[in-house]
Write a protein that binds this ligand. Structure first.
Ligand code: PMP
Length: 429
C-alpha cells in the first residue's frame, strides 16, 4: 500500500509544494496532507483505506454529498455526446434560465470556469460600466487570486492598497481600497472622500475565508445605500454562499439586492465552473453586446452544465436548506456544549449550510483582526486530533465548514463524540 506520506513526497518532485492549490498542503500542521482516493456521501476515503466524515465538501460544491448519483448520472448521460464544441449549446440556456429563476437579481449571466474568473470579470465589468478604477474590498475577504483582488489592508480606512503577493504591481494594487469587514463607518468615510472614483464594492456577504463571519445587522444594507448614493456597483461574491446560505444565497437570506453576483462551487456540481451576472443594464456592457471583453474557450462546458443543473435541481427541493441549517445547528451547539464541559474556550458562528468554529474567549468574531486573534495553536491541535478520529475539517483556522444533506444524525453524533475526545486532548496541553 502506498501511504499519503509517500504520495506527498512523490508529488513534491514535480508539483510546487505537492499541491495544485495551497490550502491543500496542511501547511503548519506538521503532518502530510491526506491523499483521497474516493468519496461517497458524507465520507472521504484515503489511499490507506481510512474513512473520514467530511466537512469540507471539496470546499463547498458537495452540498448533497460526494458522488451524488443524480449528478454523476447527468454527467454520464452527456459524456458520449462529446466533451466540448466551442459553439453554443442548449444546455447553457437551461443553466442560465435556472440561475436567473433562483436569483432574481440576475437578469443576464455569463458562465466561466472558476470563482476567480467570476470575480475578476465582475470587477472589470464594474470598472468598464462606471468608467472608474477604484474597487473597495474588505480585509480578510477572499475573491480568488486575480491581481486587483489579492490586496491586503494598510492601516486606516482610506489607506490605498499594497500588494499582498509579490507579482501584483503596486500601480494596480493602489486602485484596490481595503477596509475592515463589517465596518460601515469606514465605508462611509471612504466614499465621502473618494466616492466618485469608486467603481464598486465587492464583498463576501457571509465571509467564509476568515472562518465564518455573518454580516452585522445593517452592514449589507449600508453597502447597498452607499453604492446607490455614489453610482457604484455593489458586487456580492456568492461563490461560497450561493445556494448554501439559502437557496437564493445570502442576498435572499438577508434581503439585499446586489447589482452583480459572482457564483462558483455548487453551480458546477463539482466541475470547474463559475458564473457572474446581474442587472441587465450592466451586463449588457459585456462582449459581444458591449465593449467590456470577457471570454473562455471551455466556458459553459456541457459536462459541467449537466453536473451543475442536476445539483441545482436537487437543492431546489422544498425544505432542503432548512434541514441543512438544522444539521449545522445540531453540530455547532453540540460542539459548544462539549467544549464548555471540557473547559475549552470556543464559539461557533453559522449561516445556513456553513459554519465556523473559533477558539476564543470573545463572544463573537466580526472581522479579520478578531479572527486572527483566535487561538491558532488550539485549532491545529483540534484539527489533528479530529483527523486522527476520522473527521476531516478544513486544515486552516480561517476557513468555513460545510455541511451536506448526506450527513446523517449518526454522522453528527459521531463527530461530537470525536470532538469530546479531541477537547480532552486539548485540555491537557
Ligand atoms: N470567492 C470566494 C468567496 C471564494 O470562497 C473563492 C474560493 N474559495 C473564490 C472566490 C475563488 O474561487 P476559485 O477557487 O474557484 O477560483
Amino acid at each position: 500500500m502506498t501511504t499519503s506520506a509517500q504520495l506527498f513526497e512523490q508529488a513534491c518532485r514535480h508539483i510546487p509544494g505537492g499541491v495544485n492549490s495551497p490550502v491543500r498542503a496542511f501547511k503548519g500542521l506538521e503532518r502530510p496532507p491526506v491523499f483521497i482516493e474516493r468519496a461517497q456521501g458524507a465520507y472521504l476515503f484515503d489511499v490507506e483505506g481510512q474513512r473520514y466524515i467530511d466537512y469540507v465538501g471539496s470546499w463547498g460544491p458537495m452540498i448533497t454529498g460526494h458522488a451524488d448519483p443524480e449528478v454523476l448520472g447527468a454527467v454520464r448521460e452527456r459524456l458520449d455526446l462529446g466533451l466540448s464544441f466551442g459553439t453554443p449549446t442548449a444546455i447553457e440556456t437551461t443553466m442560465a434560465d435556472l440561475i436567473c429563476e433562483i436569483l432574481p437579481s440576475i437578469e443576464l449571466v455569463r458562465m466561466v470556469n472558476s470563482g476567480t474568473e467570476a470575480t475578476m470579470s465582475a470587477i472589470r465589468l464594474a470598472r468598464g460600466y462606471t468608467g472608474r478604477d477604484k474597487i473597495v474590498k474588505f480585509e480578510g475577504d477572499y475573491h480568488g487570486h486575480s491581481d486587483s483582488l489579492l490586496v491586503k489592508a494598510g492601516s486606516g480606512a482610506l489607506t490605498h492598497g499594497e500588494p499582498s503577493s509579490p507579482g501584483v504591481p503596486a500601480s494596480l494594487a493602489e486602485h484596490t481600497i481595503t477596509l475592515p469587514h463589517n465596518d460601515l463607518d469606514a465605508v462611509e468615510r471612504c466614499f465621502a472622500e473618494l466616492g466618485e472614483q469608486i467603481a464598486g464594492i465587492i464583498v463576501e456577504p457571509v465571509a467564509g475565508n476568515m472562518n465564518c463571519i455573518p454580516p452585522l445587522p445593517g452592514f449589507l444594507e449600508g453597502l447597498r445605500k452607499v453604492c446607490d448614493r455614489h453610482g457604484s456597483v455593489l458586487i456580492f461574491d456568492e461563490v461560497m454562499t450561493g445556494f448554501r446560505v439559502a437557496l437564493g444565497g445570502a442576498q435572499a437570506h438577508y434581503g439585499i439586492t446586489p447589482d452583480l453576483t459572482c457564483l462558483g462551487k455548487i453551480v458546477g456540481g463539482g466541475m470547474p465552473v463559475g458564473a457572474f451576472g446581474g442587472k441587465r443594464e450592466i451586463m449588457e456592457q459585456i462582449s459581444p453586446l458591449g465593449p467590456v471583453y470577457q471570454a473562455g474557450t471551455l466556458s459553459g462546458s456541457p459536462l459541467a452544465m449537466a453536473a451543475g443543473i442536476a445539483l441545482l435541481t436537487k437543492v431546489r427541493e422544498p425544505g432542503f436548506h432548512d434541514a441543512l441549517a438544522q444539521r449545522v445547528e445540531t453540530l455547532c451547539s453540540g460542539l459548544e456544549e462539549r467544549a464548555k464541559a471540557a473547559g475549552i474556550e470556543l464559539i461557533t458562528q453559522r449561516a445556513g449550510g456553513m459554519f465556523g468554529v473559533f477558539f476564543t474567549g470573545q463572544s463573537r468574531v466580526d472581522n479579520f483582526a478578531q479572527a486572527t486573534a483566535c487561538d491558532a495553536a488550539a485549532f491545529r491541535t483540534f484539527f489533528s486530533a479530529m483527523l486522527d478520529e476520522g473527521v476531516y475539517l478544513a486544515p486552516s483556522a480561517y476557513e468555513a465548514g460545510f455541511m451536506s444533506s448526506a450527513h446523517t444524525a449518526e454522522d453528527i453524533q459521531a463527530t461530537l463524540d470525536a470532538a469530546e475526545r479531541a477537547f480532552a486532548r486539548l485540555a491537557q496541553r
